[in-house]
Design a protein around this ligand. Structure first.
Ligand SMILES: [Zn+2]
Length: 174
């Protein structure tokens, strides 16, 4: 399965993703193709909608102390629901769908989610720090929300200008 990253301002990123009901081969194939794409593009998280599949599935692999992302640290999260959120933290976020742009974003420090794994088994995960931040970022994708939506009005305007310029440059250099 060949996947490519959907980039802002592509309208697909605004779609609300649908609940996964079939935990079948097609889901597994998609997850199996998302992982190498995330790793090769230096991502720590990737939602299915970012590769054009509007289903409530996302993967995460938070780098360890050596900056490695070993396969055993891969998290596959299907149909997540947040059951607890508390505290506050700020982190400089980026997004594979909004290349080359990073900005401080406020998130909950601690969260608990219920979700399903690729076989449909129900799980609970308590997260804090970067994992909690990344989960919130990816869960926003399922609602069609991007981290740039959380910028102040002035910062967002500046971003749109910079991003358009950057996209033009990238197109010209191709
Ligand atoms: Zn993202």
């Amino acid at each position: 399965m060949k996947l490519t990253i959907v980039e802002y301002p592509d309208k697909r990123l605004r779609e609300k993703s649908c609940e996964v009901k079939d935990f079948d081969d097609s889901l597994h194939e998609l997850l199996d193709a998302m992982n190498p794409l995330m790793i090769s593009t230096n991502g720590i998280g990737l939602a299915a909608i970012q590769v054009g599949h509007p289903i409530r599935a996302l993967i995460l692999n938070i780098p360890d102390e050596e900056g490695e992302q070993p396969p055993e640290n891969l998290l596959e999260i299907i149909n997540p629901v947040m059951t607890h959120k508390s505290g506050e933290t700020t982190y400089q976020e980026g997004c594979l769908s909004v290349p080359q742009f990073y900005e401080d974003i406020k998130r909950y420090e601690n969260i608990i989610i219920n979700y399903q794994d690729r076989y449909g088994n129900t799980k609970t995960l308590e997260a804090n720090g970067l994992l909690a931040i990344a989960i919130q970022h990816e869960m926003d994708h399922l609602e069609g929300i991007l981290f740039i939506d959380k910028l102040s009005y002035a910062r967002r305007k500046k971003f749109e200008k910079e991003y358009k310029k950057m996209q033009k440059e990238r197109k010209n250099s191709k």
